[in-house]
Design a protein around this ligand. Structure first.
Ligand code: ADP
Length: 193
């Protein structure tokens, strides 16, 4: 399998503090790739540099053959990034929320099929604030999938979930991988990685 992500000597300095120190790795197409480390290890900073959301100090990142630094917009069109569910407008129900995000990408999508794939179809008419923690995590993954990305980035998707909700989310993530997506996720749980 070819690599869809190539990270070389990636480094981030905040002033004199080195948060990410010359890391290199590659992710193969279709892989479910975990980045493991304790809080403060630099996982979020690493993801945000790969996503083109944070400037890198040095190093290079290629996503699907595109240089993130030079072709940031192109890369953003190829990826899905999980947002915090707490950041979603509460005036909309789940179906309306997904339609709104799809419209931002200029796409019309099958909202019910997307909700179904994240086991949220019975919540289509609910507002975000009425969801459980696990349901909010699933919604934020659904939002990250509206542009049918090649690569899905999940930052600590299972943090704060009870064991059953975590297992359920793992199954759903495996299912998304099974439908041909490459997934990069961070975790501070050894057994999860
Ligand atoms: P993780 O996601 O593994 O918990 P982060 O990437 O959030 O780690 O943070 C890595 C380190 O960089 C931490 O020590 C954090 O305090 C520091 N850091 C993160 N963002 C900034 C920032 N904007 N300015 C200064 N230091 C930061």
């Amino acid at each position: 399998m070819p690599s869809i992500i190539e990270v070389q000597e990636l480094t981030k300095q905040y002033g004199n503090f080195t948060a990410v120190d010359h890391i290199s790795f590659s992710v193969k197409t279709g892989e479910l790739f975990g980045i493991l480390g304790p809080n403060g290890a630099g996982k979020t900073t690493t993801l945000e540099m790969i996503e083109g959301l944070k400037a890198m100090t040095s190093g290079s990142v290629m996503v699907d053959g595109h240089d993130v630094r030079r072709e940031t917009r192109r890369v953003k069109s190829l990826i899905g990034v999980q947002l915090q569910a707490s950041a979603f407008f509460d005036g909309l129900n789940l179906a309306e929320l997904l339609e709104t995000f799809a419209a931002l990408y200029g796409r019309s999508i099958d909202v019910m099929a997307l909700l179904e794939s994240l086991q949220l179809s019975d919540k289509a008419k609910n507002r975000v604030k009425s969801l459980s923690g696990g349901q909010k995590q699933r919604l934020s993954i659904a939002v990250a999938l509206v542009n049918d990305p090649k690569v899905l980035f999940l930052d600590e998707p299972t943090t704060g979930l009870d064991p059953q909700a975590r297992r359920n989310l793992w199954d759903l993530i495996r299912g998304i991988q099974g439908r041909g997506k490459t997934i990069v996720l961070t975790t501070h749980y050894m057994e999860e990685a």
